[in-house]
Design a protein around this ligand. Structure first.
Ligand code: UGA
Length: 439
């Protein structure tokens, strides 16, 4: 099948490369000439494990190409995917759909023969109806169906998530789209992946409901972690104890500094707005958003507490990890963006290291001193804080860290280490939701 993918952001690029790998002929289109040049030269605009090799292999085999002008690809496509950005609109938190609608207009002018237009971007309920209206108004003669096909990819694990998903959700209003969408995802038959056909609005809402539920689950365990600290219980054991109940499930029960990233913060906010506008407010999700925002800010106080107070003048804090999670260079809504400025406001000097995120971080974190490696970052600091659980921070040479620090204090916001081990090594160690260990 022939596929045109509008937008070579995270979702567009990963989906385009994976569809090509499934055997389809895919053209990824983007208005950003520099990005297209870079992709044509084999360089990726984002860090995602395995993506560069996947793109290279499919370009070499002639199934994947990149274009600034999408006209040819759209004219000949069986399916045109809209995978452009939907940032939070400034001021009201609603998803900004201007890129989606601009793509719809462009597609309207070009489609030729029966074409399925698929939204992969996360869009509010009813966007598919609006896309259909825009295309119909511009091209009353066009033969097309608008489909919702949300993505459930996790950054850092996106290729695996695309190729071995738990399910694929497809929202259709026109039955003619069903065989075409089934064919697109046919390689997933091998793994017997459920492909769930629903109405279009249902599919659009399913995406938001999934992210809101996961954000709620994380927030639940984060609050439970605070309670564990007050009661002297261990949140990791509580998480295991409840997670082994199949009705609850063990995933997304890692307590931490609060969720970040490009999806949960934006999507929960957009869903809250949609629900309020629809007169059916989601109070649980409203509260989730509030708790998470406050939590990210409160993490700086934990670091200050480990140093004995909120006056951090003359103190140096080493942050290990800046991105919102490992295996990405994405800094969007990362807890480090709240923690670093708050520590500096208390008078601290902040020195930091992240394996992939420093380039992005440098644009967003004024005043932070970036270091070349974890040991450089720790040198001369009063406390080391694990912000993101990159693999390389899981096996640090702790004796070396201890020598490099002015005093052996670690705040582990991802529960990477075990309190008893850290105590045995002579660290003053605090983590999330576990009994503290003093030296
Ligand atoms: C999330 C969803 O997991 C994907 O299914 C979805 O497709 C994607 O959003 C999206 O809407 O595009 P992502 O934002 O890449 O994916 O990252 P997650 O792995 O879900 O992590 C999100 C945040 O939650 C991170 O800050 C992570 O540290 C935090 N988290 C996650 C926890 O604090 N505890 C957990 O147990 C799990």
């Amino acid at each position: 099948m022939r596929v045109a993918m509008i937008g070579t952001g995270y979702v567009g690029l990963v989906s385009g490369a994976c569809f090509a790998d499934f055997g389809h002929v895919v053209t990824c289109v983007d208005k950003d000439a520099a990005k297209i040049d870079r992709l044509n030269a084999g360089r990726m605009p984002i860090y995602e494990p395995g993506l560069e090799d996947l793109v290279a292999a499919n370009v070499r085999d002639g199934r994947l190409s990149f274009a600034l002008d999408g006209a040819d690809a759209i004219r000949t496509a069986d399916a045109v995917f809209i995978a452009v950005g939907t940032p939070s609109r400034r001021g009201d938190g609603h998803a900004d759909l201007s890129y989606v609608y601009a793509a719809a207009e462009e597609i309207a002018d070009l489609i030729n023969g029966f074409t399925v237009i698929v939204t992969k971007s996360t869009v509010p309920v009813g966007t598919g109806d609006e896309i259909e209206r825009i295309i119909r108004a511009r091209r009353p003669d066009a033969d097309f169906a608008v489909v919702s096909n949300p993505e459930f990819l996790r950054e850092g694990a996106a290729i695996g998530d695309f190729k071995r998903p738990d399910r694929v959700v497809v929202g259709i209003e026109d039955e003619r789209a069903r065989p075409l969408m089934t064919e697109l995802y046919r390689p997933l038959n091998l793994n017997e992946t459920p492909i769930l056909f629903t109405g279009r609005r249902t599919s659009e809402l399913t995406k938001y409901a999934a992210n809101a539920f996961l954000a709620l689950k994380i927030t639940f365990i984060n609050e439970m972690a605070d309670l564990c600290e007050s009661l002297g219980a261990d949140v990791q054991q509580v998480a295991r104890g409840i997670g082994l109940d199949n009705r609850i499930g063990s995933k997304f029960l890692h307590a931490g500094p609060g969720y970040g990233g490009s999806c949960f913060p934006k999507d929960t906010l957009a869903l809250v707005r949609t629900a309020t506008d629809a007169g059916s407010p989601l109070r649980l999700i409203e509260t989730t958003v509030e708790i998470n925002d406050a939590r990210k800010k409160a993490m700086a106080d934990r670091v200050a507490a480990a140093l004995g107070g909120t006056d951090l003048k003359g103190k140096t804090v080493a942050l290990l990890g800046l991105t919102f999670k490992p295996n990405t260079d994405d800094m969007r809504d990362a807890p480090s963006l709240d923690v670093a400025p708050a520590l500096m406001a208390m008078g601290a000097t902040v020195q930091a290291f992240d394996p992939e995120g420093m380039h992005e971080a440098a644009k967003l974190m004024d005043g932070v001193v970036f270091r070349d490696g974890p040991y450089d970052a720790v040198e001369g600091a009063d406390v080391v804080v694990i912000m993101t659980e990159w693999d390389q921070f899981r096996a640090l040479d702790l004796d070396r860290i201890k020598l490099l620090l002015k005093q052996p204090v670690m705040v582990d916001l991802r529960n990477v280490y075990r309190p008893e081990d850290m105590k045995a090594r002579g660290f003053h160690y605090s983590s999330i939701g576990r009994p503290e260990s003093a030296r």
